[in-house]
Write a protein that binds this ligand. Structure first.
Ligand code: THU
Length: 139
């Protein structure tokens, strides 16, 4: 379960996602993506896309943020913010949806920001309905 975000947490989360765009390594697409993830314990982790000369090897901002938090021992997450330089805001790719669903519940909010920091929010369940996840191994 993801608990409700305070206005202050959302303010911090969105500005960290926006700032994280500056860390993007995207010489091929020139498409900067920044992500900021808030843990249930109140810690923030950021990520940005890291591309590669062998194009499919590149990684998205969302997976960098989640991977960094998970290797730091975090497993419970409250929300993620994703910022790009386009309008309308970009929505996480299919691979990131699956990756994020491993660690989140259906109500986990994904805040997507456009170039002017205009926000659109969607839940994990809306982004990836009928997903395959850890619970499927219980049956
Ligand atoms: N990208 C992300 O980092 N996150 C998304 O949600 C969509 C796409 C990156 C991958 C690649 O480096 C660039 O954006 C263009 O696809």
């Amino acid at each position: 379960m993801s608990s409700t975000l305070t206005a202050q947490e959302l303010e911090i989360l969105s500005s960290k996602a926006n700032a994280a765009k500056a860390a993007a390594y995207c010489p091929y697409s020139k498409f900067r993506v920044g992500a900021a993830l808030l843990t249930e314990s109140g810690e923030y982790f950021t990520g940005a896309n890291v591309e590669n000369a062998s194009y499919p090897v590149g990684t998205c901002a969302e997976r960098v943020a989640f991977g960094t938090a998970v290797v730091a021992g975090q497993r419970q997450f409250k929300a993620i913010a994703v910022a790009t330089d386009i309008t309308p805001p970009a929505s996480p790719c299919g691979m990131c949806r699956q990756f994020m669903s491993e660690f989140t519940s259906r109500l986990f909010p994904i805040y997507m920001y456009d170039k002017d920091m205009k926000c659109k929010v969607i839940t994990m369940g809306e982004l990836l309905p009928n997903s395959f996840g850890p619970d499927d191994f219980e049956h």
